[in-house]
Design a protein around this ligand. Structure first.
Ligand SMILES: *Cc1c(COP(=O)(O)O)cnc(C)c1O
Length: 472
């Protein structure tokens, strides 16, 4: 090490000196000591590294005064104090975006979660009888009334639901699944892996593109515990493909006395065909066709909080609830509070579509979307010089996400922006670094904002952010 460097290093103030500084003392009133200490250490370490790295050191290339260092410490402190999980604006048009937290909750659901969080509740207490009650009872009746199922329960998420069902009904036994349905969905949920961990043995039948009823029939033996049908969620095989209908599978199960389980993935309670959206059958249809157990997510098309909903024959549900694993994957009270209110919205389908954000976004008309696009564009044009931005409204496609309707494209109107003075990627980064961050799609060198997932309260924030980015 050169002499210079040693001199510079020796000039760095110590942690203790900085802690004694009146500025730091004032921070102690607003910030936790542990964060102040970590912020100081990290800035000092940065200065030390800068000195060691730089071979052409000048007095002004390193900040060594207490004031200069503390100014950097403050920036770091503000950063460390920010919440890690925070809200953001989803302008991607992907409604059930798993990375962005899937479904937004209805106002009523949010209110109920707050009520339940700040009070004691009858979570596991039967108030009428004055004795212990059951956690799942709060949604079981509602679920059965809505779907026509015999019994129902809820667990932490759908992956847990599938795992729990297989572990309960097929431990050490075989479960028959079509090769065309051995899927992997985002976040590494793979049917074969889940099955292995559940203790059930996978018996694959058919081929990737075609599976016949005979394939299932031939695979059934004295070790067969269930027939499993899985929603292929995020993919479809087109062309020369064939799968066994639910009716036929149910009939085979009946004939052989083997339960038929269906992992519906998204699990929709509303017939979306009535709103011009094709491609997703309902939970009610599966149960009506005689499937013994269906399972689906709470936060996909249902539009509620994260959860795994299991509905089906009472004899199976009783066994599932008694499995010790059920305790390990049980649902918490806040989720239950949000879920019950979300489910009750479905008693009146119109209200469900109006109040549950996921359904509302899905069923929005093109006119409504275009109207919102116009307002955003007008807001942008009012304050931003045309020379800085090229803005247009174009036809586009929204996605439901969450593995639902993989090909059921939703026509939309997107706002396409081409910045003229900065790069598209730089513009996108500016949006992402906004507070709150704005997440968009880039396609063909254009920034696309899809009003379908943009909330009313987001509009002004987006306009303001764009204005700030182009004016820099
Ligand atoms: C999404 C999905 C799951 C997993 O559901 P989570 O609620 O995310 O655990 C399982 N199976 C299918 C078919 C899915 O689409």
């Amino acid at each position: 090490m050169t002499k210079d460097k040693q001199i510079f290093l020796s000039k760095i103030p110590s942690v203790d000196e900085l802690l004694q500084n009146p500025i730091t003392k004032r921070w102690e009133e607003n910030y936790p000591h542990i964060l102040i200490l970590d912020a100081i250490r990290s800035i000092l370490e940065r200065s030390r590294k800068a000195i060691l790295r730089d071979n052409d050191l000048k007095e002004d290339s390193v900040t060594l005064s207490q004031d200069a260092i503390l100014s950097e410490v403050e920036t770091e402190l503000i950063n460390l104090s920010k919440l890690n999980l925070h809200s953001l604006i989803n302008a991607t048009g992907i409604i059930i975006h798993t990375n962005l937290g899937r479904s937004l909750l209805s106002d009523a659901a949010i209110k109920n979660i707050q009520d339940v969080a700040e009070s004691y509740t009858n979570l596991e207490f039967d108030v009428g009888e004055g004795r212990r009650g059951k956690r799942h009872s709060h949604v079981e009746e509602v679920l059965c009334r809505l779907t026509g199922g015999e019994a129902a329960t809820v667990v932490n998420n759908n992956a847990a639901a599938v795992m729990l069902i297989l572990n309960t009904l097929a431990l050490g036994k075989e479960v028959i699944v079509s090769r065309g349905e051995l899927i992997e969905i985002g976040g590494s949920f793979r049917i074969p892996d889940v099955m292995e961990r559940s203790g059930a043995m996978l018996r694959e039948v058919g081929t990737t593109n075609k599976t016949h009823l005979k394939d299932y029939r031939d695979a059934i033996n004295s070790d067969t515990a269930a027939l499993l049908k899985v929603h292929t969620s995020n993919y479809r095989i087109l062309g020369f493909a064939e799968e066994v209908s639910l009716e036929d599978l149910v009939e085979l199960g009946r004939e052989k006395g083997i339960p038929v389980i269906q992992d519906l993935g998204s699990g929709c309670l509303v017939d979306l065909r009535r709103y011009g959206i094709d491609g997703e059958s309902t939970v009610q249809e599966s149960l009506r066709l005689g499937v013994d157990i269906v399972t689906f997510s709470g936060d996909k098309l249902l539009g509620g909080p994260q959860g795994g909903i299991i509905i089906g024959k009472k004899s199976y549900l009783d066994k599932i609830r008694e499995n010790p694993l059920a305790r390990a994957v049980r649902i918490d009270k806040m989720t239950l509070a949000g879920l019950e209110v979300t489910l009750r919205e479905y008693f009146d389908e119109k209200k469900a579509i109006k109040n549950i954000p996921t359904l509302r976004m899905l069923c929005q008309t093109l006119e409504e979307i275009e109207e919102r696009a116009r307002r955003i564009v007008e807001g942008l044009r009012e304050t931003i010089n045309e020379k800085r931005l090229d803005i247009q409204i174009k036809d586009g496609i929204s996605l439901s996400g969450g593995g639902a309707l993989p090909l059921g494209n939703l026509p939309t109107k997107v706002i396409a922006i081409i910045p003229k003075e900065i790069k598209v990627t730089e513009f996108e980064k500016g949006l992402r670094e906004n507070n709150p961050p704005i997440i968009v799609r880039i396609k063909d060198e254009e920034i696309l904002l899809d009003p379908r997932t943009i909330l009313e309260k987001d509009i002004e924030i987006i306009i303001e952010a764009v204005r700030r980015i182009v004016k820099r």
